[in-house]
Structures are given as C-alpha cells and as structure tokens.
Design a protein around this ligand. Structure first.
Ligand code: NAI
Ligand code: MG
Length: 478
C-alpha cells in the first residue's frame, strides 16, 4: 500500500516527523507483509494542530453540507468495500468471505444508520412548547481523539469518525497498530470523498506513544476509545488532568441464558455467535448458562458444534474461523485455556495447542469448558478467543444472579419461548444491550456497556449526542 508509511494530516499524506518502523504481520502465516510508521510527539502535535485549526470553520458548516459529505463518504466506501474486506482479512485474520460481508459491512451499515439518524437530529430546540425564550443548543465538543482496536476495525472507526464529523467536530484517528492497513485505506476514502483539510486526520502509533500523547494533549477536548479495560482506565486517568470527556467501549463477558423452553437450536447458535470472528468480539456470549434439565444435552450439542467448527487461513474462502490477531493474543488465550484446565473446569472440546495441520499462524482450537463455576478465571476474564465456558442453573433468579456477577456489563443473551420471562429477565440483567432468541438489535441502536464495560453509547442519535456539548441560552429572542 502506497501510503503505509505516511500519516494523513491536514488533507495530505505526509512523512512522519519522528516515525519508527513497525512490521505488519499476517496472522495466518506469521509473515511480515507491510511496514507502517509509528508516530512520535511531533506527529501527534501536528495532527492535533491541524484539527484545532480546522475546527472554527467546520463547526459552522450547515447540516446539509455535512450530510452531503457523509453521503459522499458512503459512495466511495461502497466502491472500495471489497478492498476494505481484503485489507481487514489480511491484517487481523478474519476469513475473506466473512471480512467482506461482516467486517467491511459494518462500516457501510453504520454510515447508512448515521445518515438516517442525522437527518432527524435537532441541533437547536426551545426548552419546551410553552417556554420558547430558553433555547437548548447542541454544539460540537471540539477536537476529538479517536482510538480504536483491531477486532472490528471498520465498525469502531465508523462508529466514532462519522458522528464526530456529523456534529461538527474535528478529529485525529489512531487506529490499532495491529490493524493499521484498514485505517490507512479508510483515510484514502475520506480524502477521495472530499473531507476538508484538517477536519479528519490519522496518525499511526501505539498506546504508550501516540495513544498516550493524545490522551493528555491540552488541545484535545474528548477521547473516544474502544479496547481493553486496562487501556480505558489509563486513558481516563490521563484525560483527567485537562478534564476531557472520555467515552469508553471496553470489554465484556456476556452471559447467554438458555432456559429449558428455548429454541432447540439455541446452543448451536450460541456457539456460532461465541466463535464468530474467532471469539474476538467484546459482545460475544462467552458464558453459556443452561437450565439444569437441559444442561447435559446442551453440553453434547456444544461439543458437536465446536468439533464441526473448522479453522483455516483468512485467505481461504468459506465459513471457517481464522487465526487470532497476534502472537500476544495467541499466548494470552493459550494461558487462559490452560488456566481453565488447572482450575478444574471440564474440557470437553478443543484445548491448548494449535488445531491439527496448522503449525504456523495464530490458530486456536475451538474450545468448550463444561461444569464451570463463576469464580473461575475463564468465567470472569474476557478471553478473546474461540473459548466457551458452560455451567448449569436451577432457577431464573440464580441465572440472573450469575449473569450479573461480573465486572462487565456489555451484552447478555436470553433464550426462552416465554414472553413474560423474556421481558422480565431482559430488565433484570445489568448490561447495556440484550439480544433475545437470536434477534439482533436494529441498526442504529445504541451500542455500549454498564459497569467496567464502559460509559459510552455509540450509534444512532445517542452516538451523535456523545460528541456534543449542551448550551442553554436564556432570553432567546422569540
Ligand atoms: P488495547 O486496549 O491495548 O488496544 C486498543 C487500542 O488502544 C489500540 O489502538 C492501542 O494502540 C491503544 N492503546 C493501548 N494502550 C493505550 C494507552 N495507554 N493509551 C492510549 N491508547 C492505548 O487492546 P489489546 O492489547 O490489543 O487487546 C487486549 C485485550 O483487550 C483483548 O484480549 C480483549 O480482551 C480486549 N479488547 C477489547 C476490545 C473491545 O472491542 N472492547 C477490542 C480489543 C481488545
Ligand atoms: Mg497483524
């Protein structure tokens, strides 16, 4: 890729001021296939300065002008969508068919949903129908640092960049150093779509470098971050000095509550959902809780589903799962599988080591643990690999208690054919999102978590609100 060593600052591709080389590794074969630059303080400063300079003009553009730009971004994105899928597939290991549909597709789906939400978005309103002389005005918060992870790169980039742009903010994107190629391609799309100079900037780098520099920068008004709870905590502390708004989308340990009256396919679907993207999703249903009368059968179904999950290179077509993103993640997942064995969970599928015949690449065996208890590390920690932990429950109250006994609160899943129970349990679980009976939330629904899963809500009008300041004006001439 032509621009892989450069940054996108003030409407141009520029060479780094203090860059050091960083190898981009294809996780399917562990080979270096590209080199990017990791920026330093001077690069961060240049990008922030460009965003700061562009803000006074961009914040005054009309809604119509911004809408037109969003539509133009969508056009270019659609034209380059397959290229995007291929870039993501190679950099983070999502199988090519899945990457083109699901990974790249999240970008266009969020663009479409934001365009729809933005059309109805009101920047100014009277306080109420009968109090017209107090005016409530929504204004862009200012310069935003957008720090994104590698697991669903376009999902997270578009969930941040598009609402920031729409509300009149200017920004610096720092994509994950593990998935930089899709971020570079996205910047090319932004350029081609005609985003004005300085409104959108991109600098590559890592957490200790550009990530931390953005989080403490006095000219950055807000940081929107998706990634580990560890980094979210560090960014919150770093941003506190200058009272930044810090919006966080962190990890999860979703419970999948399968009641005895659930659809017969619930277990199999739960496994597919857990293993999708090789388990590297913050909203994956990784704790499967099954009502005792159905538990033994469920374990058998889970074993069958795990054993029929195939693992292969990302470049291969088909419905397999790919490798994990990096050696670091591979080692982390291996350690946690070993930990599950040591803690006494019953390993019923998969285990440590690579799948047969795959000796190079960060491949993991689709793994299921049965008879877990909620104190085990594999029930508490986000594993971020194709690993499911199962345990039985005896009552609805117990199921809810187990589901809520976690530091996380992102997504929970409920499988039951009893509508009363569906409503009751969905209200009782403490998570920002609930998916019931295999039905997803509609596009543009707010995405985000409770407790240590974060404090942000991305998507739709809620995702636009994240980037605005509220101004109340009294004495408004009517
Ligand atoms: P990470 O949180 O270190 O990386 C995510 C992004 O944050 C990257 O752009 C990285 O450069 C940046 N970053 C890291 N430390 C930072 C700091 N101190 N200040 C500013 N920016 C910083 O995640 P990592 O190490 O790639 O994955 C570790 C674990 O995090 C995974 O196993 C998973 O449990 C969780 N994770 C959760 C994600 C989610 O979607 N919520 C996405 C990626 C990882
Ligand atoms: Mg890589």
């Amino acid at each position: 890729m032509q621009n892989s060593r450069n940054f996108y600052i003030n409407g141009q591709w520029v060479a780094p001021k203090e860059g050091r080389d960083f190898d981009v590794i294809d996780p399917s074969n562990e080979e270096v296939y590209a080199t990017i630059s990791m920026g330093g303080q001077a690069d961060t400063d240049a990008a922030v300065a460009a965003a700061k300079a562009a803000f006074p003009t961009w914040r005054q553009t009309s809604k119509a002008e911004r809408l037109e730009l969003m539509e133009s971004i969508l056009d270019v994105y659609m034209r380059r969508s397959d290229e995007m899928g291929a870039a993501i597939s190679q950099e983070m290991g999502a199988p090519i068919d899945m990457a083109k549909v699901q990974q790249s597709g999240t970008g266009s789906s969020h663009l479409n949903a934001f365009i729809k939400a933005f059309k109805d978005f009101e920047f100014e309103e009277p306080f109420s129908d009968d109090i017209q002389d107090t005016r409530i005005i929504k204004e862009p918060i200012g310069v935003c640092a957008l720090i994104t992870p590698w697991n669903w790169p376009m999902n997270q980039i578009t969930l941040k960049v598009i609402p920031a742009l729409a509300t009149g903010c200017t920004m610096i994107l720092k994509p994950s150093e593990q998935s930089p190629m899709s971020g570079i391609l996205f910047s090319e799309i932004m350029h081609e779509a005609g985003v004005p100079a300085g409104v959108y900037n991109m600098v590559n780098g890592d957490g200790p470098g550009v990530g931390s520099q953005l989080s403490v920068h006095p000219d950055v008004d807000m940081v929107s971050f998706t990634g580990s709870t560890r980094a979210g905590r560090a960014i919150t502390i770093a941003g506190a000095e200058t009272i930044k708004r810090v919006s966080l989308e962190l990890g999860g340990k979703g419970a999948n509550l399968i009641f005895a009256d659930a659809d017969p396919k619930a277990v199999k679907q739960g496994i597919i959902r857990c293993f999708n993207n090789t388990g590297q999703s913050c909203n994956a249903p990784t704790r499967m809780l099954v009502e005792r009368s159905r538990y033994d059968e469920a374990v058998e179904e889970a074993i069958a589903a795990a054993n029929s999950t195939t693992v292969n290179a990302a470049s291969e077509e088909g419905r397999h799962i790919g490798p994990l993103v990096s050696e670091l993640q591979f080692n982390k997942v291996q350690d946690l599988i070993q930990k599950g064995i040591d803690e006494g969970a019953r390993l019923v599928a998969g285990g440590v080591g690579r799948p047969e015949g795959l000796n190079r690449g960060y491949y993991v065996r689709p793994t299921v643990f049965a008879d877990c208890n909620n104190d085990m590390q594999i029930m508490r920690e986000e594993i971020f690999g194709p690993v499911l932990s199962m345990m039985p429950f005896d009552s609805e109250e117990e199921a809810i208690a187990i589901a809520n006994d976690t530091d996380y609160g992102l997504t929970n899943y409920i499988q039951t054919s009893d509508p009363e129970r569906a409503r009751r349990v969905s209200r009782a679980v403490r998570s920002g999102m609930v998916d019931m009976n295999g039905k997803a939330r509609t596009a543009g629904s707010p995405f985000g978590g409770m407790k240590q899963s974060g404090n942000g809500r991305e998507g739709g009008p809620w995702g636009l609100d994240e980037f605005v300041e509220i101004k109340a004006v009294g004495g408004w001439p009517v």
